[in-house]
Design a protein around this ligand. Structure first.
Ligand code: DQA
Length: 147
């Protein structure tokens, strides 16, 4: 049976490619999506989305709960302070729908305000610091654990 994974991205990630390439690399989000898609088995697809809007991201997590769709989430700066996003992520945990928090960079090796994640406590797990590979590792885990 075919199934999909929501790959959700928060603010400023639409600027990947030109945004601080020394930190985030030179690939655009579309490049990342194409690379991820190419590595997927036939029966799995990804839905790659990005928004700068907190409410829209919350809505997408609600959608994931309702559809039972696993999520790979790069919450970007919302990671560090959005209780609304955390509460939405907690709904996935409550529903038993996996959510992997990912970061291109390693926030723990950066400014102090990035050391806190309000999302991690309700995520299935966190992968950070491996660039595009962070997304791929998250998807690999979802593929291997899907029952
Ligand atoms: C990020 C890290 C966050 O601290 C930052 O605000 C981002 C991107 C990452 O992928 O490394 O926008 O989530």
């Amino acid at each position: 049976m075919s199934w999909s994974i929501l790959v959700l991205n928060g603010p400023n990630l639409g600027r990947l490619g030109s945004r601080e390439p020394e930190i985030y690399g030179s690939q655009t989000l579309a490049d990342i999506g194409a690379e991820l898609e190419a590595a997927l088995p036939d029966e799995v697809s990804i839905e790659l989305r990005q928004t700068d809007d907190e409410g829209e991201l919350v809505g997408w997590l609600h959608e994931a709960v309702d559809r039972g769709t696993p999520v790979v989430l790069n919450p970007a700066a919302f990671t560090h302070y959005s209780y609304a996003l955390r509460d939405a992520a907690a709904l996935l945990k409550q529903a038993g729908v996996p959510l992997v928090e990912v970061h291109l960079s390693n926030p723990h090796a950066r400014e102090a305000f990035r050391h806190t994640s309000v999302i991690s406590g309700v995520a299935s797990g966190v992968i950070a610091g491996f660039g595009t590979e962070s997304y791929r590792l998250a998807i690999d885990w979802l593929l291997r654990t899907r029952s």
